[in-house]
Ligand binder design. Structure first.
Ligand SMILES: [Zn+2]
Length: 208
């Protein structure tokens, strides 16, 4: 079986022919190169080399320049460290507060969630810019799932923070709604995990 690599996202396709469109980033067939088992490009001397014209996009407006900076500095992979790092901690604290009745963890969980909520606009805006610019807004299953999961994280987070503000005892060991509160926390963690896993597939795709 021959191996083809998408030069845009690093996706590896195993078939006799390269696919018409990359299933991950929607790039055209012309962006695929044949690679060997180690992932190195196989130079085809016999085939006519087609020069793909590189579109030099000159940053014009302030918005364009800002978007270019987001890509250049890899701001999205950096920004996602906040929810990916802090959310599991917050959810563990919620579980400790509810299941073991440790009241101090309830406070810690709340402040962690507020912190993640404050970072979410940066995470979502940089993610959107990266999707639009680097992957041309490709509506593949991978990107749709990522967008759905990040919206789910945001909604769960808003519910958890607002609920806690309205009812400060919701995450107490004796609270009636404590298991619903824990359930939303776990759902939020799962959604963040899926979004992070798919993001890792994009960033490290060229290694697989
Ligand atoms: Zn691709």
């Amino acid at each position: 079986m021959r191996r083809w690599k998408c030069k845009v996202c690093g996706y590896i396709h195993e078939a006799d022919e390269a696919p018409e469109k990359c299933p991950v980033c929607n790039a055209d067939k012309i962006h695929f190169v044949e690679v060997d088992d180690k992932g190195d490009e196989i130079a085809l001397i016999s085939e006519i080399v087609v020069e793909v014209p590189v579109q030099e996009v000159k940053p014009k407006t302030f918005r364009d320049r800002l978007a270019a900076l987001v890509l250049k500095l890899h701001l999205h992979p950096i920004a996602v460290h906040f929810p990916n790092g802090v959310l599991p901690v917050a959810v563990i604290f919620v579980a400790l507060a509810i299941l073991l009745g440790l009241a101090t963890f309830k406070e810690a969980a709340f402040y962690n969630m507020v912190f993640v909520l404050l970072t979410m606009p940066l995470v979502m805006v940089t993610g959107y810019v990266e999707w639009q610019k680097r992957y041309k807004g490709a509506k593949t299953a991978l990107f749709m799932t990522k967008i759905f999961c990040s919206l789910a994280v945001l909604i769960c987070l808003l519910i958890l923070v607002v609920w806690r503000l309205v009812d400060p005892t919701v995450a107490d060991a004796g609270s009636v709604n404590r298991m619903i509160y824990l359930g939303i926390s776990l759902a939020m963690l799962a959604a963040a995990g899926i979004a992070g896993h798919l993001g890792g597939k994009l960033v490290f795709g060229s290694r697989g």
